[in-house]
Design a protein around this ligand. Sequence first.
Ligand SMILES: Nc1ncnc2c1ncn2[C@@H]1O[C@H](COP(=O)(O)OP(=O)(O)OP(=O)(O)O)[C@@H](O)[C@H]1O
Ligand SMILES: [Mg+2]
Length: 212
Amino acid sequence: MAKQKIKYVCSSCGYESLRWIGKCPTCDNWNTFTEELIEEHKSGKKKYSGDTHITKLNSLKEEKEERIKTNIIEFDRVLGGGLMPGSVVLIGGDPGIGKSTLVMQAASKVDGNVLYVTGEESANQISLRANRLKVSNDKISVMTETDLDVILNAIEKHSPDLVIVDSIQTTYKPDFDNAPGTVTQIRECTVELMQLAKKKHCAIIIVGHVTK
Ligand SMILES: Nc1ncnc2c1ncn2[C@@H]1O[C@H](COP(=O)(O)OP(=O)(O)OP(=O)(O)O)[C@@H](O)[C@H]1O
Ligand SMILES: [Mg+2]
């Protein structure tokens, strides 16, 4: 049985409170608390279930680490040699600093198929940027979408080597009533993208704004 309750979340640091407060006790910002819905599951006694699979460390087979090189030397160095398949990387920065430009350049140089998901810009804006950067590559597919379920479905279906989500603030999960960009939405969307990255063994780059 699910019961709906309200909590207040600081949009700056993610601190949660059951009542509204003006000043966040963690990050000291004022008026950052927004109302969000929480679902509580009343399931009585907690039971531990599920099949676990435990393996000895020394019996694990070592697989060759094949990173996806972006072929931008500085970017690859920061990534520790390239993008790791199955991992999620966050590109954060102030508005207009060049996040979309950087990820577009990386997409054009990567060896493999790229799915560029944008919730920020129109297909025309993406095309203009690609022309400006002289990017012409049939390995890049563009999708203008903000619904996470549609994005996950596209990743499942097309199995790209690299997925770019620009930006995580515009992506939302329709199951949650909270608005896109709220702490709950960002957290849930990121977790689901991480899970799918592991399952599909693809690399995901998430673009995030730093507004504060
Ligand atoms: N059509 C354009 N022509 C020339 N310069 C542009 C154009 N569009 C953006 N720029 C500039 O390129 C720089 C990088 O822009 P970019 O869109 O990559 O940044 P961003 O970090 O993704 O921004 P945002 O946070 O708004 O998404 C900015 O200084 C911007 O002003
Ligand atoms: Mg951008």
